[in-house]
Design a protein around this ligand. Structure first.
Ligand code: FAD
Length: 526
């Protein structure tokens, strides 16, 4: 294969030694696929040529930014297109009201560029100091404070994209809409037809039309499947497409440049950690804390806290907490002292009413705040580091309507017990009903794989079947949840997603198996 790739890129940017291919065989998920070659293009022309190469030779192609994805969407046994070495330009625009960037820049770097202007980007994944803008947009990542209103879907201004057919467009051009209609009439028409299918659907799901169901489900964080709300939120096919490329996990096209609206970087912060007797009491406290104006409400169960209690600088009380105790880390943020004063009053009033097992001290000291955030940010790495040899940490990411959080989290904990995942941890962005959990699982024997398959299916039954939650809230569908997109969304919505994929990528060579996958066992394959 390398000789023909050599017609596209210089040898110094093609890596096909076994050692390189193995080094790129994993993202941060539990999947492993060894690419045939890793290429490092540095121009749109090279991306177009790679699309052509992949389609002509029927070799799949997958983009990789930082590779911190947790659902298996950044691995391939075809060509892995590594964009982390180039694609690093950026510019601050309109008094930092907007930021323009190429996709190979780390998110935390962009925030550092914006900081002196008192601005930041909306998405705030815990991985922001490692992950890159291409991955943040393509996964529609969110995070601690970023719920459904500050993610890339909501804050994207424009982008330059490259479609699998080679068409390139900078959507910030004043004539972009006309160009798209004129030069891509088939795709423009196809997108409008998919929109009409949603609007015309009369089938009822639990008394809702498809359009009503889509609107309701995106009030929760939801990254399972394509972002179907784009069909309802926008009229022009180009605007629909821009918002579908967000969260498409590199399966519809390449994002060569993005422009995001920025948000205020709040300077006043007030942070505290509260301890509850059990996870049910903690879950019940989430709604009032959220209503009092907290921007972050992070929940950590006893096992999560245990995984980080040894870290230097974390609150000493962690080691003394009784079994079952659960913490909530809450943070209020404001751009001025008067607003912060109001938040402090509200916080005091609400916290007074909570059933806590320990006194709580809120702080506006950045050093103490960092000490409080340290355990929360360290959970994934700590659990991963402590896992038994030969096992893999599996990180799931679900969301429930907040009113069901207490019941749902109790059911999940029982599920862990039933499957003997005693070290399993539950934590997450409770303000948005978004929970992560980690279990350590070996995948060496058919029995171990079957065991995990059974566990995952039961989890899907609880999250989707019992509570009508999202099976992926922010980490992306990947291969891990692809077999269950239809379970969550139903046949009609899933058919629309499939037709969308065929419309943009008729050859099916762009990141196949991610998000749409015909293999009902895709979550335990590779
Ligand atoms: C410790 C840890 C904590 C995390 N915390 C969070 C969190 O709090 N919130 C959250 O939402 N996520 C979180 N994640 C998940 C992950 O970090 C994010 O999804 C991140 O945005 C992925 O970025 P990346 O650069 O690593 O992308 P990659 O993993 O390299 O790629 C992600 C997807 O985007 C596609 N892609 C990349 N670049 C482009 C492009 N230019 N055009 C088209 N497609 C492209 C890839 O093909 C792939 O499908 C966490 C992960 C880890 C390991």
């Amino acid at each position: 294969m390398t000789p023909s790739l050599a017609a596209i890129l210089p040898a110094s940017r093609i890596r096909d030694r076994l050692i390189d291919r193995i080094a790129y065989a994993n993202d941060a998920s539990y999947f492993r696929l060894v690419p045939q070659a890793v290429v490092q293009p540095n121009s749109i022309g090279e991306i177009q040529a790679l699309f052509q190469f992949s389609q002509q030779n029927r070799i799949p192609m997958t983009f990789r930014a930082a590779g911190t994805s947790l659902s298996g969407q950044a691995v391939t046994d075809g060509i892995l297109v590594d964009i982390s070495k180039h694609w690093g330009d950026y510019s601050v625009e309109e008094n930092a009201g907007k930021i323009r960037f190429q996709p190979g820049i780390v998110g935390g770097f962009i925030n550092n560029v914006l900081k002196p202007h008192g601005r930041r980007i909306g998405p705030d994944p815990a991985s922001i100091d490692a992950c890159m803008m291409g991955g943040i947009l393509a996964n529609n990542s969110s995070g601690m404070c970023c719920g459904t209103t500050e993610n890339s879907y909501k804050t994207i201004h424009s982008m330059t994209f490259v479609l699998p057919n080679g068409f390139v467009l900078d959507t910030s051009r004043p004539d972009a809409h006309k160009i798209f209609e004129n030069e891509q009439p088939h795709i423009a028409k196809g997108l409008l037809e998919l929109k009409q299918r949603i609007l015309n659907s009369n089938a009822k799901y639990k008394d809702e039309t498809l359009a009503e169901k889509i609107r309701r489900r995106y009030q929760m964080k939801n990254n399972n499947g394509y972002l179907l709300n784009a069909f309802l939120d926008f009229e022009h096919p180009l605007d629909i497409l821009i918002h579908l490329l967000i969260g498409s996990e590199g399966t519809l096209g390449f994002i060569a440049e993005g422009v995001l609206h920025t948000l205020p970087d709040y300077t006043y912060k007030y942070t505290g950690q509260m301890y509850f007797k059990n996870i049910r009491d903690a879950a019940a406290a989430v709604y009032p804390i959220k209503q009092s104006g907290a921007r972050a409400v992070e929940v950590m169960d006893r096992e999560s806290l245990r995984s980080v209690e040894h870290l230097p600088g974390v609150p000493a009380i962690l080691k003394e907490l009784p079994a079952g105790a659960t913490a909530i880390l809450a943070e209020y943020q404001a751009s001025d002292s008067e607003t912060m004063l109001q938040f402090k009053k509200e916080a005091g009033r609400v916290i007074h009413e909570l059933k806590l097992i320990h006194d709580v001290n809120f702080t506006d000291d950045p050093i103490q705040q960092a000490a409080l955030w340290k355990p929360r940010k360290g959970i994934i790495a700590s659990v991963g580091a402590m896992r038994p040899r030969g096992t893999t940490s599996v990180n799931e990411d679900v969301a429930f309507p907040v009113q069901h959080l207490a019941d749902a989290v109790t059911d999940l904990r029982h599920l862990f017990d039933d499957f003997g995942y005693t070290e399993g941890v539950i934590f997450g962005h409770a303000k948005d009903g978004n929970l992560h959990f980690l279990v350590n699982q070996a995948f060496d024997t058919p029995e171990q794989i079957q065991f995990f398959d059974k566990f995952l299916r039961e989890m899907v039954g609880i999250v989707s079947g019992k509570y009508d939650g999202s099976l992926k809230a922010e980490h992306g569908t990947g291969r891990n949840m692809a077999p269950f997109v239809e379970t969550e969304w139903g046949a009609e919505a899933y058919a629309i997603m499939r037709d969308l994929k065929s419309l943009l990528d008729p050859d099916g060579m762009l990141n196949p198996g991610v998000l749409i996958n015909d293999n009902p066992q895709a979550h335990v394959t590779h």
